[in-house]
Design a protein around this ligand. Structure first.
Ligand code: GLV
Ligand code: MN
Ligand code: MN
Length: 409
């Protein structure tokens, strides 16, 4: 079976050109206009590949290849997402969707028969930038969140996801979970430095770390920047800074695998000569071990309690997202290794540091992932890059793994 490699690479670039703003930043947030344009492209490619398309109530889109003989059987599924972060690269998520379309098209074009239907999905709001939680579409698909609750999510811009899906024409009618998966395999770029640094071409992803997202609001007292002696201050900005450095300190403890990020922060009134009375910021904490992640959350909560006393501030926390670490299916991980070997590709087992739609699909069926190397480990950045030959190698492994799972012959 031959993949149309050129078509896959050029589609990736074409989708990558959708949603570039006036400042040259790539932004396709869930259910915005750019996301609609990206979805339209992907749906067109699915149809071109001869796939039946479907959209479910949370806006997940599917391209399904089924035949008279295998219709009604559980499907072997692949896919990822096409929404992006702000100022994103072109590979994150899009690679898995476009390669998935290509692989299924190639199996079809090669005249192969499969015992099971094959399907490729593009899940809604994986990034979680506009609406929380992240990995939302796959979570709904897997039954971990109702479509109603997800559609009622209010975004960072005050919009309601369900209304936005209606507006862009992607509030579908299929019930999430309508297509029963026999297995799910997601192809994705690594987004970290390990494969390239160690000289591997393929990552067989065996697990994925847990993710904890909170929004923290600290309220202090607005006052004059020049006249207020330090001991009189209740500075929400300083308190926020203490939280950030406290979490960095946890990450730097010997042997710690915790990572912590504050990617959003807002002070108010946000003026150069005014002590902020309010700081609103996010904390994204991750660890591959659930009990350690819980310990980090407890330590943060205790620190916030202490901070209220020492700094004379009030603190409120909101949970935005929480995912436990996931162990992928050992059988599929072995298949990834087997087919990497068949293609002469060096392969190593690896943990996903990023959240992935696969972690939710793992609630439904045997699931694993394939990683392609990320140059210098850069991701969530326009400089994100994976060499064409690595993209092609990953897709070839995906094709063989899906072929075996679907019993192609
Ligand atoms: C998804 O990209 C994540 O935040 O890991
Ligand atoms: Mn992704
Ligand atoms: Mn991402």
């Amino acid at each position: 079976m031959e993949l149309n490699e050129k078509r896959m690479i050029s589609r990736l670039a074409e989708l990558g050109r959708v949603g570039i703003d006036a400042e040259g930043r790539r932004i396709r947030l869930a259910a915005d206009d750019a996301d609609r344009a990206g979805r339209d492209l992907v749906m067109g490619w699915m149809r071109e590949a001869g796939l039946r398309t479907a959209v479910d109530r949370i806006g997940n889109i599917f391209g399904i290849w089924e035949t008279e003989e295998n219709r009604g059987r559980d499907a072997v599924m692949t896919g990822s997402h096409i929404d992006t972060v702000i100022n994103a690269g072109q590979y994150d998520g899009c690679y898995g969707v476009i390669a998935g379309i290509e692989v299924i098209a190639s199996l079809r074009e090669a005249g192969l028969r499969t015992e099971r239907p094959l399907a490729v999905a593009a899940f809604t709001n994986e990034e979680g930038v506009r609406y929380s939680p992240d990995m939302m579409g796959s979570l709904v698909y897997a039954g971990g969140l109702s479509a109603e609750a997800a559609c009622a999510s209010v975004g960072i811009d005050g919009t309601v996801l369900g209304e936005e899906l209606e507006r862009i024409g992607y509030a579908g009618t299929e019930e999430p979970g309508f297509l029963k998966p026999a297995a799910f395999v997601e192809l994705h770029i690594e987004q970290g430095p390990i494969l390239e640094a160690e000289g591997y071409r393929i990552g067989a992803v065996e697990d994925l770390q847990g993710i904890s997202w909170q929004r923290i609001t600290i309220e202090g007292e607005q006052n004059h920047a020049g006249t207020t002696p330090t001991s009189y201050r209740h500075d929400a900005g300083v308190a926020a800074a203490k939280v950030i450095t406290f979490m960095r300190g946890r990450c730097l403890q010997p042997g710690s695998r915790t990572v912590s990020t504050t990617g959003c922060i807002e002070f108010s009134p946000n003026a150069i000569n005014v002590i902020p009375d309010k700081a609103v910021f996010t904390v994204d904490v991750r660890n591959p071990d659930e009990s350690t992640l819980q310990a980090e959350e407890k330590a943060l909560a205790a620190f916030l309690e202490e901070l209220e006393k020492t700094d004379g501030v009030r603190i409120r926390t909101e949970r935005l997202s929480r995912f436990k670490p996931v162990l992928f299916d050992a059988g599929i991980v072995r298949l990834v290794e087997k087919y990497a070997g068949k293609h002469g590709l060096s392969c190593r087992r690896i943990t996903s540091g990023a959240g992935q739609d696969a972690q939710n699909m793992a609630l439904l069926c045997p699931t694993a992932m394939i990683f392609a190397p990320s140059h210098k480990g850069i991701s969530h950045n326009p400089a994100e890059y994976t060499a064409d030959e690595d993209l092609i190698a990953g897709a070839e492994v995906l094709a063989d793994v899906l072929g075996e799972l679907a019993e192609a012959h």
